[in-house]
Design a protein around this ligand. Structure first.
Ligand code: CA
Length: 225
């Protein structure tokens, strides 16, 4: 899942981005409202974390402009101004949730997970595809009850494909949602990660559709590999 983090305080932005990346999200950082609107127009974000206090324009304006431009992904607002009237203004500008600073990072993660679950079809915190189970709260993966150790990028790719299980997912979609703006479209990174997942999960779960993309599907059978 790819997140746009809009925060002008550099140290805080770096800290948050690092925490989110460690939690398997692909993160792009925008330092002001103009940058945020440009990035949101150019990339597909699954969620925006938006600070209200920004240098050029308020996060409330950024939020309104995003919604006016047709942006439908969840927006979580952050602010030090944690009074009821500020929360009301934030929610009325089009935000889905609101978190006052200082906050506990685990709470931020829990709210992000909750917002991402609201997307249709993603209501369950545990995704189950055949004997594959993915707990999006703990990022624990198992097959037939046996845990599978994945790196954070492997997990992010698997979760994205699992959320769209049964569909052929294009490389463009994968790069947009699982990688950040540093992704090189000419690299074979996605294929490399698919191969790693196949080695860890068995070849029959992940199918390559040449020229189209990848599909995660469970086919019952005697062996997984
Ligand atoms: Ca700020």
């Amino acid at each position: 899942m790819r997140v746009l983090l809009v925060e002008d305080e550099e140290d805080f932005a770096r800290l948050l981005a690092r925490g989110l990346r460690e939690s398997t999200y692909a993160v792009d950082v925008a330092s002001d409202g103009v940058d945020a609107l440009e990035k949101a127009a150019a990339n597909l974000y699954d969620l925006v974390v938006l600070d209200v206090m920004l240098p050029c324009c308020s996060g409330l304006d950024v939020c309104r402009k995003l919604r006016q431009s047709g942006f439908t992904s969840p927006i979580l607002m952050l602010t030090a101004l944690d009074q009821p009237e500020h929360r009301v203004a934030g929610l009325d500008s089009g935000a889905d949730d609101y978190l006052g600073k200082p906050f506990n990072f685990s709470e931020l993660l829990a709210r992000i997970r909750a917002l991402l679950r609201r997307t249709p079809g993603l209501l369950a915190p545990v995704l189950t595809i055949g004997d594959l189970s993915i707990d999006t709260r703990t990022r624990g993966v198992s097959r037939s009850g046996s845990p599978v150790e994945l790196t954070s990028k492997e997990y992010a790719l698997l979760e994205y494909l699992a959320r769209r299980a049964g569909e052929v997912v294009s490389r463009e979609d994968i790069s947009e949602h699982v990688w950040d703006e540093t992704y090189d479209p000419f690299s074979n990174l996605i294929e490399v990660y698919i191969q790693r997942l196949r080695r860890k999960l068995g070849a029959r779960l992940l199918h390559t559709h040449r020229g189209e993309g990848y599909r995660l599907v469970f086919e019952a059978g005697p062996a997984h590999v």
